[in-house]
Ligand binder design. Structure first.
Ligand code: BGC
Length: 740
């Protein structure tokens, strides 16, 4: 096999250029004469996307692209289970390879800055530590199968509104503390490595990064020197490949010179892409040095070596296996969040009962919506099907739709969605007349029917929330309310039958004006092909819920930090300029804001109940001074004080006393999900090193953990703190990066 150096030498300039831009929507060109294959991409992140024609957004449609549908990233993060995150990645990697792809465009690790962001369901959390902790094992799992992950969208792609041009205006400290850490964790070394090209063990970092559409510091990310070159390449030492988001490149020379390796887009004029003919000409004219192209090609060849694309030793992968389906069920079961169980009405005993199942989300399949994360699911167990499968004929289950959805055909399943994705305005026309004359009467009719049914039943289970008309790429939601008149319907159902259980399926928080009237409340996101079965298992108590929220549910949108300050959706200075969004809330994103301001929330970050209860006790602290670090161990005794086995997510938050700069009251720095049998207790330890105490010191240009006293809070959510202690750091520690 030829070395990378030899290959680069033998490649002509034209061949090199052909390797660094799309030659199809999801494929680059290979160089056959030298045995260099093309790179084949696919979305991501909920499974391997359906196949399209090479140059038209028409699905090939031969049925062989049906795949396993995985729970959304929001779901996976709500499990707070790093082993399950690895399992999810492993399934995704095997299916990616099984479907003959080289790179899966996943996971999405952008921070959920506003509840309105249409792609929140593809992201993990409002917290960088939780995001990093879930994303890193997920990527390791993917890359086990000789395929690459592609961590996206780097960086500051936190809203969909005008995502192609919006500029994120963010201060340096906020950038480093909130928006970069997850990307850093995913692009730096982790354990479980495979060595390649005799370089140090960096191979289990994401082998690819996607540069986002938006702008930062007045330039598009794809050509942004600070983000792509200074931070990613120089500071983090990243040697993987950087791919543009599809249509995210806006120039030839600045983009070529600032570290982007591959340009992809959504239009079929492949030869005219900035990295095609225009770049060839720029090199010939001497505007770009050929060595710049060589660097990109070297990184692509290194990527191929790492995936065994050149040596014939690559694994084959597999898809739609029973093991994948089983794993997906387990992830879904572990991610369901029990928000309320005030009267201990859950779990339900349904045998011999007459049960009303109400709501469009009881029967809707969400797999094929959402934008580029759509997939062609092999099957999809809806909540109604899941319940019927679980209960059999000893339970009478009756269904009513409950709320009317208009325009569903337009928003979902639109074949040409991606072809139009570079367009600026996707708004659906607001038609008030149609609303009052057509939609409202239909809503009323369905509500009346549902309430009538609810009155005749022993139990009522409502499945509502959002769908991919709202949780969708390219749009932000107009508000944080439940659509389709669901608030009114839930109130009416609560009035009609005291035995009401509400199950929300959503990728982002919703307001719940009816919260005090509903005693039994569950939440999940788009939870994969066995999602309905998972929900049924939780509802009847076959599975004890153990998911915890990976984001705060504010009481109302106006409470949420970016909205309180009026910093969303940003402004345009004049009609021709691009929108600028000032991240004025700074580091006070999500719970960092709510706990620091002691502001009421509907449900706090980290919240999740169980059918059992846990007692936290006996906090012990160990301190170990190392050469360039200090390590603390916090051990506790956790007792299951209820009648059934269950899993608890023990969370550790750190806050600095008398901090030299403004800091949040406390921040998540460790967690562990543990399983405990009824009546049993277990010992568990959480470890921190000095990185956990650091903030980003702008004047020093690095993270610093300052000498001083720190408060440690251990609990079951960001507002349910059960144990506290204090520790001291005896010296200052500067760190170049937050994790290593
Ligand atoms: C999305 C990416 C996606 C790409 C390819 C873009 O519109 O932002 O997340 O991977 O399309 O489908």
């Amino acid at each position: 096999m030829k070395s990378i150096k030899e290959l680069v030498k033998e490649l002509t300039l034209e061949e090199k250029i052909s390797m660094i831009h799309g030659a199809e929507f999801f494929k680059t060109k290979g160089v056959k004469r030298l045995g260099i294959p093309p790179i084949v991409f696919s979305d991501g992140p909920a499974g391997v996307r359906q196949d399209f024609e090479p140059d038209a957004w028409n699905p090939i449609g031969d049925g062989s692209d049906k795949v396993s549908w995985l729970p959304s990233n929001t779901c996976i993060a709500s499990s707070w289970d790093t082993d399950l995150a690895y399992q999810a990645g492993k399934i995704l990697g095997e299916e990616t390879r099984g479907r003959g792809k080289d790179m899966i465009l996943a996971p999405g690790v952008n921070i959920k800055r506003t509840p309105l962001c249409g792609r929140n369901f593809e992201y993990m959390s409002e917290d960088p530590f939780l995001t990093a902790s879930i994303a890193a094992p997920l990527i390791r799992g993917i890359q086990k199968s000789d395929v690459s992950a592609c961590v996206k969208h780097f960086a500051l792609n936190n809203q969909e509104l005008e995502r192609m041009s919006v500029e994120a205006v963010v201060d340096e400290r906020t950038l480093y503390e909130i928006y970069l850490p997850a990307f850093e964790a995913c692009t730096r070394a982790c354990e479980d490595t495979q060595t390649m090209d005799n370089t140090p063990n960096l191979a289990s970092h994401s082998l690819a990064v996607m540069a986002s559409y938006n702008q930062y510091d007045n330039s598009y990310v794809c050509e942004n020197k600070t983000l792509l070159h200074d931070i990613l390449r120089e500071k983090w030492g990243y040697d993987g490949i950087v791919v543009s988001d599809w249509g995210g490149v806006h120039s030839t020379v600045p983009t070529a010179e600032n570290s982007l390796d591959i340009e992809m887009s959504v239009t079929p004029d492949f030869d005219d892409y900035y990295f095609a003919k225009p770049l060839l000409e720029a090199v010939k004219k001497g505007d770009v040095s050929e060595s710049v192209i060589d660097e990109k090609v070297k990184r692509i060849l290194l990527f191929m070596e790492r995936l065994h694309m050149l040596d014939g030793k690559r694994q084959s992968g597999c898809y739609n296996t029973p093991e994948h389906q089983k794993g997906i069920l387990e992830i879904a079961e572990n991610s369901v969040v029990l928000l309320k169980n005030e009267t201990n009405h859950l779990p339900l005993s349904l045998t011999g009962k007459r049960v009303a199942v109400i709501g469009d989300n009881a029967v809707r399949s969400h797999a094929s919506g959402g934008g580029s994360s759509e997939i062609n699911a092999l099957f999809d167990i809806s909540p109604l099907l899941g319940l019927k499968m679980e209960c059999g004929d000893n339970t009478e289950i009756l269904y009513a739709k409950g709320y009317y959805i208009d325009n569903e055909e337009k928003v979902l399943g639109e074949v040409d969605w991606q072809a139009d994705s570079l367009a600026v305005d996707y708004s659906i026309p607001d038609n008030k007349k149609r609303f009052t004359e057509e939609i409202l009467p239909k809503r009323k009719e369905l509500l009346t029917e549902a309430v009538a049914l609810a009155k005749t039943c022993d139990e009522v289970i409502f499945f509502g929330g959002l769908n991919h008309a709202y949780d969708v790429e390219g749009f932000d939601r107009p508000d944080m309310k439940l659509p389709y008149g669901q608030d009114e319907l839930i109130e009416a159902l609560a009035e009609a039958n005291a035995n009401l259980t509400v199950v929300l399926i959503n990728g982002s928080p919703v307001e719940m004006p009816w919260k005090n009237r509903v005693h039994s409340l569950l939440q999940t996101s788009y939870n994969g092909m066995n999602g309905g079965a998972a929900l049924a298992h939780v509802l009847v108590g076959k599975v004890n819920p153990s998911g915890h929220l990976a984001e705060t549910y504010p009481v109302s949108l106006e409470d949420s930090p970016a909205h309180t300050l009026g910093e969303y959706p940003g402004e345009k200075t004049d009609a021709d300029s691009h929108r600028k969004t000032n991240y004025g809330e700074g580091i006070f994103v999500g719970y960092r804001y709510f706990v620091s301001k002691e502001k009421e929330v509907a449900f706090p970050f980290g919240h999740g109940l169980s059918y059992t209860t846990f007692a936290y006790d006996n906090l012990r602290t160990g301190k170990n001074r190392l050469d360039n670090n200090t390590e603390f161990t916090f051990s506790i005794t956790l007792k299951n004080t209820g009648k059934v086995a269950g899993k608890e997510v023990v969370q550790l938050y750190v806050g600095q006393k008398d901090a030299p700069v403004i800091r949040p009251a406390y921040e998540l720095k460790a967690f562990q999900k543990v399983s405990v049998e009824a009546g049993e207790e277990t010992e568990l330890s959480l470890t921190l090193d000095a990185h956990a105490f650091a903030y980003y010191d702008v004047s020093a240009g690095c993270y610093t953990a300052k000498k001083g006293t720190y408060r440690i809070f251990i609990g079951s959510s960001s507002s349910d703190i059960r144990l506290q202690t204090e520790v001291t750091l005896d010296t200052d520690y500067p760190f170049k990066t937050l994790f290593l």
